[in-house]
Design a protein around this ligand. Structure first.
Ligand SMILES: Cc1cc2nc3c(=O)[nH]c(=O)nc-3n(C[C@H](O)[C@H](O)[C@H](O)COP(=O)(O)OP(=O)(O)OC[C@H]3O[C@@H](n4cnc5c(N)ncnc54)[C@H](O)[C@@H]3O)c2cc1C
Length: 385
């Protein structure tokens, strides 16, 4: 693994730092924590996404002709490091940019690409991804939402759940069953659905920490044109599983984010004293912080291996899935440690809220158990059962 950066990459870093120093405000950073409960905060973030896009600092990995920057892996890595360290909020359309845009680029018609991508990057349109259903999560191929051909249209009926930003979305990348007779991995089709179509209703879901960042979506005979299909008819499984993210350095965010949280926890603990002794002089506290630091360093090595594989050609996915598992576990350990040591009021209640939010780290984007199955098969070569 060679992670010394060439001079042109360092120039890119300087340019980005300079732009962020001039443009990133405290209001934008603070809005991130309130976007699930505060419409004004959400709109601040939408404006910020457009500002970054217009200045050429959004969608690093996507082609310039559709509004991205078309940057290489090293520039992507520097971008992730700098934006994470300066606490730039994740783009509102992070799922769209990482998962949906690559599918549109790979399978989309020219009309879909030029009509949808730039608006997604600027957050003019908010996107959601309708995969999970009440009885189809890890086993996505069991999904039951159906789409039935009617002339030039499809009629969609069914329910999606846990859809991030579903209640705010203008567009949904939806997976629905078009051939109920086919084996379950076949007969699924991917649609790009305009959420203003009649017959679509959304209900926000409020999570443990009070945020309403995701929703249920109900389709009651919603009519969409056949031109809304992305990729082959009945080939939705292929669209869902073979489209690789263009964002090859995203793994770096995992360890940088945890490093920052650990630094913030140590800063908060520096002010704590019990029975005349500083918390940071307590060997038990130091032991817990030391263990976290070692785990985060291990996470950093895994992430750097995944990025190195992306840069030099290799199976980045097998390391990335292990990194995702470790990130979820470390994130929850850090959140639990912070809460144990600082209690309900620590950081003005921030650590208590963070502990609740961290429960999702081992579920979202593929659960820890499923990722361990991937690691067992792809890394260790173990049989499926
Ligand atoms: C913050 C957040 C955002 C999300 N955003 C979206 C979104 O935008 N769009 C969307 O479609 N979905 C979204 N989801 C849903 C997410 O993809 C699912 O929660 C996830 O795939 C798990 O599915 P499930 O909840 O139905 O759990 P289940 O699949 O029912 O799993 C329940 C438990 O069984 C375990 N399990 C299941 N199968 C196996 C197996 N084969 N081997 C071992 N263990 C197994 C799981 O690991 C889990 O612990 C989001 C979830 C969260 C938490």
């Amino acid at each position: 693994m060679d992670f010394s950066y060439p001079p042109e990459t360092e120039r890119f870093r300087t340019e980005l730092r300079t732009w962020l120093a001039a443009n990133l405000s405290g209001k934008v950073i603070e809005s991130s924590a309130r976007r699930g409960t505060d419409d004004a905060a959400f709109e601040t973030l939408r404006t910020w996404d457009a500002t970054m896009a217009d200045a050429g600092w959004a969608a690093m990995a996507l082609p310039a002709e559709y509004g991205g920057r078309g940057a290489g892996v090293l520039e992507q890595l520097v971008y992730v490091e700098e934006t994470t360290r300066t606490r730039v909020p994740l783009p509102l359309n992070i799922i769209g940019l990482n998962n949906i845009a690559p599918a549109i680029l790979h399978y989309g018609t020219e009309e879909q690409k030029s009509g949808l991508l730039r608006r997604m990057i600027r957050a003019d349109d908010i996107w959601c991804q309708g995969m999970s259903e009440p009885d189809a999560g890890s086993d996505l191929a069991s999904l039951r939402t159906k789409a039935v051909r009617a002339g030039d249209d499809y009629i969609i009926s069914g329910q999606k759940i846990w859809t991030s930003l579903g209640h705010r979305a203008d567009w949904c990348q939806l997976y629905a069953r078009t051939d109920p007779q086919a084996p379950k991995h076949c007969g699924i089709t991917c649609f790009l659905v305009d959420m203003s179509s009649p017959g679509i209703e959304t209900k926000p879901l409020v999570t443990l920490n009070g945020d309403a960042d995701f929703a249920e979506i109900f389709f009651d005979e919603a009519r969409v044109p056949a031109a809304a299909i992305l990729g082959p008819l009945d080939g939705g499984w292929q669209v869902a599983t073979t489209t690789l993210s263009h964002e090859r350095a995203g793994a770096a965010r995992l360890y940088v984010e945890q490093q920052i949280l650990l630094e913030e926890l140590i800063a908060d603990l520096a002010a704590v004293e019990e029975n005349g002794r500083r918390a940071l002089d307590d060997p038990v506290v130091l032991g817990r912080l030391g263990k976290l630091s070692v785990r985060i360093t291990y996470l950093e090595i895994l992430c750097r291996r995944a990025v190195s594989a992306a840069a030099h050609g290799g199976d980045e996915l097998r390391t990335a899935s292990l990194a995702k598992t470790v990130w979820g576990e470390v994130g929850q350990e850090l959140a639990d440690t912070a809460y144990d040591l600082l209690g309900d009021g620590g950081g003005n209640g921030r650590w208590a809220r963070h502990r609740l939010a961290a429960r999702s780290l081992t579920i979202a984007g593929g659960t820890t158990q499923i990722n361990k199955n991937v690691t067992a098969g792809r890394m260790l070569g173990l049989p499926r059962s």
